[in-house]
Design a protein around this ligand. Structure first.
Ligand SMILES: Cc1ncc(COP(=O)(O)O)c(C=O)c1O
Length: 419
């Protein structure tokens, strides 16, 4: 029989009381750790409650695309369900096909794919940093931070910087010990605020100071891309990510991205020079030691490229249309949101951390499923919720979302915009 209590051997885990508040919250809200019993388009059923899902990152709606589903079945019949070789041992042809197409799409020198971004940060950041200095953007995704902490354990020094204070970054880079590597790590489209960073400014500072810039654009890939006079939304074209979107180059810039958001698949990538790709093949543990992505994921990425080529601009148009409706409504109500770039991540801070439960109850009752940002996941003054739009939400679903936001605003539960 399993022992469900706390043993002497495990008691110290519970003593780390930092997470107590979250541990209490998880069962108190339906919107953490939910078991989803059924989906119907963007509607999900949790027990007897149907809700519209604004918590997934399936921005382009590829998770529900019949063309992509059909492609998966075909490749699984050809390759089996899972390659199961580590990549160093063997790669189904799907891998080089993905890397070739991705390299062209991004306009990058080369690309390398690994199962997840987390694998990439944990294995590649320490290799790039060595015993040098890492500067991480203070709002960078937790997985970047974890990669930096791991690198510190292997000899690097780490320090935060603020992307809106570029002079401060320049100073820090100038003061870093010479003769060792300097690495600057940050989000592309920020995972909490949806903001697009000023990459040209940061990249120029890095180049001037001999540093490599490492950017995680998990949320921008598939959504933002090359600006063009023919674009129909400010997202630009092709969804080929933040480097292309900001008119930057890959000189001393490593782009990391993933297929687990806009492409609805389990795979991630680095855009990098070919010499570094060859080096990582022997130096980065996941290429040697980790199991690969399942065939279904590889097939859905390739089919996703096809759909992106033919229908990507229409899907991004719909995504932008839904997002603009939400952002405009929030602004018209005089509410705060950090979203300034119209990306499909709309964070709404609460009037105070104390109304968290009330907001959670109303959203659940109204059938609006969002990412609740509770303390200690975020600092107390940033408690709120995050709405993520996708191309396949319907106009009627957005109508209902807007009326729910109005209801919360009427009860003064949302933070007003600064005057
Ligand atoms: C910015 C960012 N980086 C990395 C990750 C983790 O990606 P993966 O699931 O591929 O490890 C996420 C996932 O939420 C993310 O938002």
């Amino acid at each position: 029989m399993g022992n469900t209590g706390t043993t002497t051997a495990t008691a110290h885990i519970r003593r780390l009381g930092r997470w107590d508040e979250l541990t209490r919250l998880v069962p108190a809200t339906g919107m953490y750790d939910a078991v989803i019993d059924e989906i119907d388009g963007r509607r999900i059923r949790v027990g007897s409650q149907w809700l519209t899902d604004y918590a997934s990152c399936n921005y382009l709606g590829f998770d529900l695309d019949p063309e992509i589903m059909d492609a998966i079945n075909r490749e699984v019949r050809r390759w089996g369900t899972h390659p199961s070789w580590s990549r160093l041992l063997g790669n189904p042809r799907l891998y080089p096909d993905i890397e070739e197409r991705l390299t062209v799409l991004l306009g990058a020198p080369d690309t390398l794919v690994l199962p997840t971004i987390t694998h990439i940060h944990m294995s590649v950041i320490p290799i790039l940093a060595g015993d040098g200095s890492i500067f991480y953007e203070h709002t960078a995704h937790k997985t970047i931070y974890d990669g930096c902490v791991y690198a510190r354990g292997l000899g690097a020094t780490i320090a935060p910087f603020h992307s809106d204070e570029p002079d401060q970054l320049a100073q820090k880079l100038r003061a870093a010990p010479p003769g060792h590597s300097k690495l600057v790590c940050m989000d592309g489209v920020n995972s909490m605020t949806g903001d697009i960073p000023d990459l040209p400014t940061i990249a120029a500072i890095c180049r001037d100071n001999g540093a490599l810039l490492y950017v995680d654009d998990a949320h921008g890939f598939g959504v933002i891309g090359t600006r063009s006079p023919s674009e129909t939304t400010p997202y630009g074209l092709y969804g080929n990510s933040v480097v292309a979107h900001t008119g930057e180059t890959y000189d001393d810039v490593i782009l990391v991205g993933g297929f687990s958001k806009a492409y609805s698949s389990l795979l991630a990538f680095l855009a990098l020079p070919t010499w570094l790709k060859e080096h990582l093949k022997v130096a980065a543990p996941p290429y040697l030691y980790s199991g690969p992505s399942p065939t279904a994921s590889l097939a859905s990425v390739l089919a996703g490229f096809d759909v992106n080529e033919r229908r990507g601009e229409d899907l991004r148009h719909s995504l932008y249309h839904h997002t603009a409706r939400v952002v405009n409504h929030v602004r018209a109500l005089g509410l705060a949101t950090p979203n300034v770039d119209g990306t499909p991540i709309v964070e709404l801070p609460l009037a105070s951390a104390d109304v968290f439960k009330r907001v959670d109850e109303i959203l659940w009752r109204e059938g609006v499923y969002v990412t609740m940002a509770a303390y200690p996941l975020v600092p107390r003054d940033q408690v709120g919720f995050r709405i993520q739009l996708t191309a396949v939400h319907t106009d009627e679903q957005i109508d209902w979302l807007l009326s729910t936001i109005s209801r919360l605003a009427d009860e003064n539960l949302l933070r007003p915009a600064a005057a």
